[in-house]
Design a protein around this ligand. Structure first.
Ligand SMILES: Cc1ncc(COP(=O)(O)O)c(C=O)c1O
Length: 372
């Protein structure tokens, strides 16, 4: 523990991000075990924690590498990991060059869906005198990025295999459209399985067998083995979980490891209490696209939601509770979408039991440009 760090929650200035380390350890171990038991390579997405401290724990538990979205994440994670996937199109020469400038000892893979991205990544790789592995991204229902047809994906893989500086290594997809509770995902998982196995077959027929098939999300995490084509899984949110994860059943309420510690700053208006965590601490993320569900829920009083927010004010709705908070009281808010909350903060505090054990910087947040 750092010497000048407070040992009790009550001494922290709020709002502050607090991580229950026992829950974090449990979440990490549970998913690492699942991956190992099903023979799946684990390449967790760091966008949720943005921290080398948590990433190092994932790697100790057997992760084969890490997944990043931004060049900043990749640069920071290169301090602890030598096998990095950037699951985001490397478009724009600044982005491609920044990725190619990662330490030469890092095995870099990018996921992409266009010839422009192939060209740009290959040029940057050649200039940096390295080779970059490529996963061709397929759209299997999310309709965000990814080749829309298998023909287009195979053609892109062929282009990669013919281009100096890049190497075709596999295919990737993100099942982010599957948000149903885990017991209600059968139809969508069957459709995914069918589409994926057909795609894999076509790549084999084309003489471009994918070494890796990379997919996975937190809502579908525990059913990844039902997509037998998948060889590598990339969950991110599972480290901390949030209200959204609870709703899908991919975790229980007691598995939410990260809360925003906040202080009640006003009870002047009857029927509500105001905390010092608003949109700039919690984000304005819906749970299921429905803002009527509030913007967070109190860990100790789950019947209380953050019903409204301004930038620095969160308004607790007290209509469903007999609890009457007083000014100065501290509460812990389980956020709707934890990844955004992490991104809004510089530091996370880790507690075990009632004591603060450590703090760590959210080092990969933001977009800091490396100095020339
Ligand atoms: C490409 C990609 N892979 C993996 C993940 C991790 O998914 P989840 O946050 O559901 O764990 C994300 C999340 O945004 C993603 O965009």
């Amino acid at each position: 523990m750092t010497d000048d760090m407070p040992q009790q929650l009550a001494a922290l200035e709020t709002p502050a991000v607090v991580v229950d380390l026992d829950r974090l350890d449990r979440n990490l171990a549970r998913v690492a075990d699942y991956a190992a038991n099903h023979g799946l390579a684990m390449r967790p997405h760091v966008k949720t924690h943005k921290s080398p401290f948590v990433a190092a724990a994932q790697l100790r538990l057997g992760a084969c590498g890490l997944t990043c979205a931004t060049p900043r994440e990749a640069e920071v994670m290169a301090e602890v990991c030598d096998d990095i996937l950037v699951a985001y199109p490397p478009v724009g020469s600044a982005r491609a060059r920044r990725l190619a400038a990662l330490p030469s000892g890092v095995r870099l893979t990018v996921a992409l869906d266009s010839e422009d991205a192939v060209r740009e990544m290959a040029r940057a790789a050649r200039d940096a005198k390295r080779e970059v592995a490529v996963y061709v991204e397929l759209d299997l229902g999310m309709h965000r990025v990814g080749a829309a047809t298998v023909d287009a994906a195979v053609a892109l893989a062929r282009r990669v295999s013919e281009t100096e500086g890049v190497r075709f290594d596999g295919i990737a997809f993100y099942p982010g459209h599957v948000r149903e509770p885990i017991g209600e995902q059968d139809a969508q998982l069957s459709a995914l399985d069918l589409a994926l196995s057909r795609a894999i077959e076509r790549f084999h027929d084309a003489g471009l067998p994918p070494r890796v098939v990379s997919g996975g999300s937190t809502p579908t995490l525990w059913r990844t083995h039902e997509l037998p084509g998948v060889t590598e899984m990339r969950p991110g949110t599972y480290v901390y979980n949030d209200r959204g994860t609870v709703v899908t059943g991919a975790c229980g309420w007691d598995d939410c490891a990260l809360t925003v510690l906040a202080t009640v700053v006003s009870t002047a208006v009857p029927g509500q209490a105001v905390i010092d965590a608003g949109t700039k601490a919690l984000g304005r993320e819906p749970v299921r696209g429905d803002s009527g569900e509030g913007f967070g829920q109190l860990q100790e009083h789950p019947e209380v939601r953050v019903g409204r927010m301004s930038e620095e004010h969160g308004i607790l709705d007290l209509s469903e509770t007999t609890w009457r908070p007083v000014v100065g009281e501290m509460v812990r808010v389980v956020p709707n979408h934890v990844c955004v909350v992490v991104h809004l903060n510089d530091v996370a505090y880790g507690m075990r039991g009632e004591r603060l054990e450590r703090r760590w910087p959210i080092a990969a947040r933001g977009r800091e440009i490396p100095s020339a």
